[in-house]
Structure formats: structure tokens, C-alpha cells
Write a protein that binds this ligand. Structure first.
Ligand code: SF4
Length: 698
């Protein structure tokens, strides 16, 4: 740790892991980040979790890519078969000149045969450039990123019913709330610093209502813990709303002034009496009634949700219910109220805002709107591009199998680990005739690359990121990229120019200036201002306004200014447990490991704490299986089978298995179901039918 004199420099930046967006001071000695300390950012006020404090050393890992690589002509067939520390039999080193020419040659002029995955781990400027490259360079919208796998259904419901895809209030507003619902989220592990605010709220006497099929960490602080049956979210939420309507506890004035379609919602809810729904959702009717009264009688309430809500084929319906619940209670637009999907990656909010999605240009402007497209064509000084919504992450992989997409540019994403039914994705990657991967490590996806472009970690570059709170924050380089690695924005610009685009950017600040011309959300936010203030929340109403933590106090950005109730019916999960696959598999993250593990499994401290692939089951389930904690299990679904160490966890229901998805040696997505929500196109990662047996039993 030491004091300032022990370091050569101290650089203010942002944690690269989760969407909380904690501000950090990176302390550098001899060209290496030696220590990280939390500083007073708007989201963290000096706090950090174990990842932010101890997880940074991945940037100095010996596996970092330091030179461009091109697949050898005599390389083995493409597959998950490259040792990231010993890749020489598959790839050869190349100069940047040769690698970029090779990369561009395989993409240029191929139009609809090309698709791109950008990254929520890159900056706003890099996300903007990436989507512009695909749209301007290839004339279509086949560009997406991991928001498709985390909150796409939340975005679909928010756009439909509120008119905006971002949170209506920062999570810090919980300090002004009387009641808060946390549903389908495990912030103690996934948004740990946000969780500290939630715990403080409960300790001060706030009513914390936790709803989750797993008894997640916040249960110790909960006034109500509703451990409902997996997949029964809509039934449970409709039952709660039924009580609010039946007992006339809703905010009549608010509903009349600010909403539409309430009558349809009321009519729909008639069938959802708690006494009828109790068995469906596994929560006693009197508890549902008590929770309904607690929420509706509160002066100020907030709703936080995570991927337990969104990663279902009814993910959009789940979010619709949460929006309706907040609207009928008048819990939007005031201090201590709000709708808050807890965004996962450090810049998934910003990458989505920047248009890294197939149906929207920056600021969620529709690609189907002729006026919008012509405005972008003018700023980009180029011709029109397709008015058809592009393909999503999983649709792109299907299109590769169908032979429509033959080349891809993947920046910082790892579909060979993160896609559902991942063997399908791996086979698609192997089928591509040209795959350009830009990353900091030789990831599982890079195993399939034809050319690998060594990129920069967050602590090595300039750029802005936007956290779950709509706070746009400045990231600064503390150390240079290793070897010949380059900043991602510069690589994309170089590639675009070699593909024939007349691009001229000298810095991320240039890109930010162009973004401001297309994104009203950045009004009053400038690069210079961020350099000075570190963070500004959008919307910012003037050059002096630090930004609005709460929005929609006087209407919504929809036609007529009203938010909408959209009734939701119960839809069963895509795959019901049966005699062959009798248990329920749910996947997620652990405190120590981030997503597909490419960074955190290369962090000495984090990997030491959590070194081995594991899954969690209730102790009674393990007893029934005759397996001790620490013993090995075989998990099998209709997609595949893995063997993995078992842990006992009373928080997991007896008919469930919880499986983290960070471990390549027992990859969770070998098992997951690729069925998607029809609106958000998000896969059902939270529910697959699975058979669980002791490993080694034939
Ligand atoms: Fe980083 Fe999230 Fe932890 Fe904050 S809470 S230190 S942003 S991982």
C-alpha cells in the first residue's frame, strides 16, 4: 500500500469490472500498477470490492497479447485447442502492417457476409466507432454485443413502456426510499459496492424485499425474503399487483396524470389472486398480500433487478410487471423512487447508448426511421445504410451456420464461452472463413481466429464509460499497453481506413465530439468537462449541472408523455424438468470471477480465492446423490454434459443447481438452452432442465 512517495504516479480512473463504476486511483511504480484505491466517485464514495481492489494484476499477466498474430497455414483444424501460453503451432507473429492488411482483405467489400460483435468492456468511443464501422463499412446493422445476453429484455420493456432504456434513478437514491425490492439479482456478489448501500438502507430501517429463487446474500438484511419457484416471476408479481388493485392501494392521482392503459392492466390482473398464485410461485398468499401492502403504502419505493429477471424467455414480461408495479404505486420520478435494472459490465450502458445494438443507432434512435438514418449519413458524410434491423448475437451465429455470414470482426467479446449452447457458437466460429479477433488475451474465441490484434486493457487507455447510474466517467491510462499492443479505438480506425472508409480521428476526444453531434444524452457533457470533473450524469441540464439522478418527474419520453401499462401473462420456461432431466439448472457469476473469466482467472488474488470450477446444490440434494461437498458431479442437459466439483449451499433450492459460467474446463454454456425471449432476444440462461449424477457412475 504505502503512501504517495512510494509510487511514480497515481492516476484517477474507473474500475473495469462491473456496472457500478467505482472510481479508482491506480498507483504505478516501474511501469506496473502496484496498488488500487477507491476514490470519491459518485457511485462508490471511496468504496471498492475485492475485484476492484485486488483484481487489477491481470493487465501484467504473461499471457497478454503483445504482437499481432496470423493463423499458420499448417495450423491444426480450428477448435478450442490453443494453449494461450504456447500458441506457436497455431499462429505466427506478424507486423501490424501485415496483420491489418490481412484483416481488412478478409472483410472489405463483403457487405452482408460480415457481422461484428463489439464489447461492453470497451469505452463509449470504441463502441461508437465499432457500430459505425459495421454500418457505414458494410451497409447493414448486423452488429451487437453482450447486452443481448444480459439486459436486452429489460431494455425492450423500458423502451416500450417508459420510453427510455436507462435507469430512472441512481441506486444511491435508495437512501431516500422507504421500501426497496431487489429481484433476480445478487448484488452482494455481482454489484458489491451497490450492495453496501442496500445493506445500509436496511440497517437504517428501510424495508428491503428480496425476491429470488436462490436465497441470495442480501437475505440477511431483508424484511421479506421471497424465495419463489424459478420461472414464476410473472405469476408472483401479478399476484402482488392484484392485491394493490383489489385493495385500492394504488396511486390513483399518479396513474391518471402520468400513465395509460391502466384499465387493461386491472382487467388482466383479475385472474391473479394470491390464493390462486400461491402454489404456482411457492409463496404463501398472506406473504404476497403483506408484500403488496408494504410496497403500495410506502411513500417512496425503488425496484432493482438483475439477470434473474431478464434471462428468461419471459424476460420482457418480467420487466413489464416491474414497470407496472412501480407505475401503479407512483414510485417513479421522485427522490427515493425509481426503476433500476442493475447493469452488468462496466460499460454495457454506454455501449448500448452508443448504438452497439442491431436495432438502434446511438441514443436508441431506430434504424428503421428514414429521418434518423439520413441524419447519421450526414454526420458520417456517407451514403445510406440498411433500414432493416440487424441480427442479434445468437441470430448471427445461426446465420453463420446457414452460410449467410462468413466473416466476423469480434472486439473484446468471448462468444466461445458466453453464448448459450456454446458448442453451436464454437462450431459457427470454426466455420467462418475469416475471423478477426481484437483482444488482450488469447481467449477461447481467439482460438478460432484467422488474425488476432493485440489490444489494450482499461488501465492502458483513454476513454469514457457509462455506469448503471447513467454516470459518464473518464478513464485514463496509467501504464502503456505491453509490447506492440494498441488502444482499441486506434485499431478500429486503422481497420476502417483499410476497408476504404475516409475516417480521420486523432484521439478519443475527437470521437466523443462526433458522438455529441448525434446523441442528445450528451448535451452539456464535454470531454474537457469530464477531464476536469471525472463524472457527469446524463441528462445534464446545463454546463454546470452535475446531472439528474432522478428523471421523469413530470412525464415520460413517449408520445403523449405518459408511461404505459403492458399486461403480462404467465409463460412457462422453454424446457420443463422431466423424468430424464428432473432438476433446474441456473447460471450466474461469483464474487471473484468476472463473466468468462478471461481477466479474473488471470488475477493472482482472485484466482487463489476461487481457483476451481464448482457448482452449488442444497445439502439435502447432495445427500440424496451420495456425494460429499468437494466431490464430483456430472451435469447433463439436452445440449451436453460437464463434470464439476460440488458445493453445499442451503440458499439453493433442493431441485436446483447453481453453476457459474467463468470456467472453461466445465463451461456452463455447454449446458444452457438457446431459447430466447421474443422481444429482447435474450437467451434463457436462468432455466434449463438438467440431470445431476455422481461423476464416474456409468
Ligand atoms: Fe469494481 Fe464493481 Fe467492485 Fe466497484 S463494485 S470495485 S465497479 S467490481
Amino acid at each position: 500500500q504505502g503512501d504517495s512517495a512510494d509510487y511514480d504516479s497515481e492516476v484517477a480512473s474507473v474500475c473495469p469490472f462491473c456496472g457500478v463504476g467505482c472510481q479508482v486511483s491506480l498507483k504505478v511504480k516501474d511501469g506496473r500498477v502496484k496498488y488500487v484505491e477507491g476514490i470519491d466517485g459518485p457511485a462508490n464514495e471511496g468504496r471498492l470490492c475485492v475485484k476492484g481492489r485486488f483484481g487489477f494484476d491481470y493487465i501484467h499477466h504473461p499471457h497478454r497479447l503483445t504482437v499481432p498474430l496470423i493463423r499458420r497455414e499448417d495450423a491444426p483444424a480450428k477448435g478450442l485447442n490453443v494453449d494461450p501460453g504456447n500458441w506457436q503451432s497455431h499462429f505466427r507473429e506478424a507486423s501490424w502492417e501485415e496483420a491489418m492488411d490481412f484483416a481488412a482483405r478478409g472483410l472489405k467489400g463483403r457487405g452482408r457476409e460480415v457481422a461484428g460483435f463489439g464489447s461492453a468492456k470497451c469505452t463509449n468511443e470504441e463502441a461508437y466507432l465499432f457500430q459505425k464501422f459495421i454500418r457505414q463499412g458494410f451497409g447493414h446493422n448486423n452488429v451487437d454485443h453482450c447486452t443481448r445476453l444480459c439486459h436486452a429484455s429489460s431494455v425492450a420493456a423500458l423502451m416500450e413502456n417508459v420510453g427510455s432504456a436507462a435507469v430512472t434513478a441512481t441506486f444511491n437514491q435508495i437512501e431516500n426510499a422507504d421500501v426497496a425490492i431487489v429481484i433476480g439479482a445478487n448484488p452482494v456478489e455481482n454489484h458489491p459496492v451497490a450492495a453496501t448501500y442496500f445493506k445500509q438502507f436496511a440497517k437504517r430501517g428501510g424495508k428491503l424485499i428480496v425476491m429470488d429463487p436462490r436465497g441470495v446474500g442480501l437475505r440477511r438484511f431483508a424484511s421479506h425474503m421471497l424465495q419463489f419457484r424459478p420461472g414464476a416471476d410473472v405469476a408472483m408479481l401479478n399476484a402482488i399487483m392484484h392485491v394493490i388493485v383489489e385493495e385500492e392501494l394504488y396511486d390513483r392521482q399518479y396513474v391518471e396524470a402520468y400513465t395509460e392503459n391502466f384499465a387493461a392492466e386491472v382487467a388482466h390482473l383479475k385472474d391473479f389472486a394470491p390464493e390462486k398464485m400461491a402454489e404456482v410461485c411457492g409463496i404463501p398468499a398472506e406473504v404476497l398480500r403483506d408484500v403488496a401492502r408494504t410496497i403500495a403504502r410506502a411513500e417512496a419505493g425503488m425496484i432493482f433487478w438483475g439477470m434473474g429477471v431478464s434471462q428468461h424467455i419471459h424476460g420482457t414480461d418480467n420487466s413489464r410487471c416491474l414497470i407496472s408495479l412501480a407505475l401503479m404505486c407512483g414510485h417513479v420520478g421522485r427522490p427515493g423512487t425509481g426503476l433500476h435494472p442493475l447493469r452488468g459490465q462496466n460499460n454495457v450502458q454506454g455501449a448500448s447508448d452508443a448504438g452497439l445494438i442491431p436495432m438502434f443507432l446511438p441514443d436508441y434512435q431506430s434504424v428503421t426511421d428514414d429521418g434518423v438514418r439520413s441524419a447519421f449519413s450526414e454526420v458520417w458524410q456517407s451514403g445510406d445504410f440498411s433500414n432493416q434491423k440487424g441480427l442479434t448475437v445468437t441470430e448471427i451465429m445461426d446465420a453463420v451456420h446457414e452460410g449467410q455470414i462468413k466473416a466476423m470482426y469480434i472486439l473484446g467479446e468471448n462468444p466461445a464461452m458466453s453464448d448459450p449452447d456454446v458448442e453451436h457458437a464454437r462450431d459457427a466460429l470454426a466455420k467462418l472463413d475469416h475471423l478477426v479477433v481484437q483482444d488482450i488475451f488469447l481467449t477461447e474465441t481467439a482460438n478460432y481466429a484467422d488474425v488476432i490484434l493485440p489490444a489494450s486493457a482499461f488501465a492502458e487507455k483513454s476513454g469514457t464509460v457509462t455506469n448503471t447510474n447513467r454516470q459518464v466517467q473518464m478513464g485514463r491510462p496509467a501504464v502503456p499497453p505491453p509490447g506492440q499492443a494498441r488502444e482499441d479505438w486506434a485499431i478500429t480506425v486503422d481497420l476502417a481506413r483499410r476497408c476504404g472508409l475516409d475516417w480521420h480521428y486523432d484521439s478519443p476526444a475527437d470521437v466523443f465530439a462526433e458522438m455529441k453531434r448525434t446523441m442528445k444524452s450528451f448535451d452539456n457533457i464535454t470531454w474537457d468537462r469530464l477531464a476536469l470533473e471525472n463524472a457527469v450524469t446524463y441528462p445534464s441540464l446545463s454546463p454546470e449541472d452535475p446531472g439528474q439522478p432522478i428523471v421523469f418527474g413530470s412525464g415520460f419520453p413517449r408520445a403523449g408523455g405518459r408511461a404505459k401499462f403492458t399486461p403480462a401473462s404467465v409463460i412457462a420456461p422453454a424446457e420443463a424438468p422431466d423424468a430424464d432431466y428432473p432438476m433446474i439448472l441456473t447460471t450466474g457469476r461469483q464474487l471473484e470471477h468476472w463473466h468468462t473469466g478471461s481477466m479474473t482467472r488471470r488475477s493472482r488474488v482472485l484466482d487463489a480465492v476461487e481457483p476451481e470450477a464448482n457448482c452449488s446444490l442444497h445439502p439435502s440434494t447432495l445427500r440424496r446423490l451420495g456425494v460429499e461437498p468437494g466431490g464430483m458431479l456430472r451435469l447433463t442437459t439436452r445440449r451436453g454434459s460437464i463434470e464439476i466439483m460440488a458445493r453445499a449451499d442451503r440458499a439453493v433450492a433442493p431441485d436446483m443447481v447453481f453453476l457459474p459460467f467463468a470456467y472453461v474446463e466445465a463451461a456452463a454454456n455447454v449446458l444452457t438452452n438457446p431459447a430466447v425471449d421474443p422481444y429482447g432476444k435474450i437467451p434463457e440462461f436462468k432455466f434449463s432442465a438438467v440431470r445431476v449424477e455422481p461423476a464416474g457412475v456409468p
